[in-house]
Design a binder for this molecule. Structure first.
Ligand SMILES: Cc1ncc(COP(=O)(O)O)c(C=O)c1O
Length: 359
């Protein structure tokens, strides 16, 4: 098996990161080493937020690791999975040289991170085979090898297609890419899917990385908490290149509360309700005259093709319903992505799309 850090930028190999005040392990009672205010803000209700937070909040890290079935050393708490994407590209891609590979249509932040790092963006497009989005593993492998891609981002369930990869597909891709590139599986929506997390494959593949987030099923998009799951040495290196105090203390506290048993139970019930609504919405939308295709989805959204996408978007907007126009993505000129909302929100979507055509 290859080493997790085989593809790390060579100039980062001996980089130890910023030696922040919180990283230095010292005991004391009078803390004058970080130029903090000695007194809490008046707005602080006993939380002691005048102190810099732990770079990696230990309790939250342990709780997330337990939830995702890994050891704490295999998990980096990040400012949303967006930060994980950014750190991976910065750590593994030399500017102007090592490529990032994506399978469009897909989430746009992989391309943004590649652009910021000035690293080539390579593509192995998904094929729409009569309603089934199919990955082309031989083409993907050929592109990785031919263009020296260092990081491959795949999303499962995928945004915006809604389709998930099976563990078998991920295993065979990880085998094919072993020693060639990191394989990153972005599982932002996995709670809405019946498929198991690829985290169970981490012991088999040192160059496999899994991204998770509390933004979707745990309803904490505003707190910006995500996680990178990977081999401990890779996690330690990403910690070295991340900001000195990436996780805001109020966000860490909120995330920990959201992962307490009663809140977790409610989140799980809501996920079940969202799945039910998603399936009902898929059937209802498919019956509408203007709808050409509704793709099966394992996320909390539906990808829908319309006879007249611009008209559908306008009808929704006129009713005050804002959905995602994905028509600029390859192969999706006639499509919108619709998040599953409350039953009332979903009804508003259906009503708007049933409205008479405005001439
Ligand atoms: C596939 C995918 N990955 C990652 C993210 C970013 O999530 P976070 O809020 O954790 O940064 C999103 C957000 O929409 C997403 O769709």
């Amino acid at each position: 098996m290859s080493d997790a850090l085989d593809f790390l930028r060579p100039d980062l190999r001996d980089f130890a990161g910023y030696n922040s005040a919180r990283r230095t392990k010292t005991n004391g009672t009078v803390w004058l080493n970080a130029n903090e205010s000695p007194l809490p803000s008046l707005a602080d209700q006993g939380q002691q937020w005048h102190r810099y937070p732990e770079p990696q909040p230990a309790q939250l890290r342990a709780r997330m690791a337990e939830l995702y079935g890994v050891h704490p050393e295999q998990l980096l708490v990040t400012r949303g999975s967006d930060e994980g994407i950014d750190l991976l590209v910065r750590a593994f891609c030399r500017a102007g040289r090592d490529g990032v590979l994506v399978a469009p249509p897909c989430f746009g932040m992989y391309a943004v991170a590649a652009r910021i790092q000035n690293t080539p963006l390579l593509e192995a497009a998904l094929r729409d085979c009569d309603g089934e989005w199919q990955l082309d593993p031989p083409a993907l492998l050929e592109t990785v090898v031919g263009h020296a891609a260092r990081v491959v981002f795949l999303c499962s369930p995928a945004n915006p297609t809604g389709q998930a990869l099976s563990l078998e597909q991920i295993r065979s891709l990880a085998q094919a890419l072993d020693g060639r590139a990191l394989l990153v599986i972005d599982e932002a929506y996995i709670e809405f899917s019946a498929i198991a997390s690829a985290a169970c494959l981490l012991p088999e593949f040192s160059q496999l990385v899994v991204l998770r987030t509390l933004s979707k099923a745990h309803a904490l998009a505003g707190a910006r908490i995500g996680a990178v799951l990977a081999a401990p040495e890779l996690i330690a290196m990403l910690g070295n290149i991340s900001a000195p105090y990436p996780i805001a203390a109020p966000s860490a506290a909120l995330a920990l509360a959201a992962l307490s048993q009663p809140v977790l139970e409610l989140s799980r019930q809501r996920v079940v309700a969202t799945i039910r609504e998603r399936n009902a919405m898929a059937s209802a939308l498919a019956k509408l005259a203007g709808v050409r295709r509704v793709y099966g989805s394992e996320g909390n959204f539906l990808l829908v093709r319309f006879n007249d996408r611009a008209l559908a978007y306008q009808q929704l907007l006129s009713a005050g319903v804002v959905v995602r126009d994905v028509s600029a993505m390859p192969g999706l000129a006639d499509a919108l992505r619709i998040t599953i909302g409350t039953p009332g929100d979903n009804l508003a979507v259906l009503k708007a799309l049933q409205a008479e055509r405005v001439v």
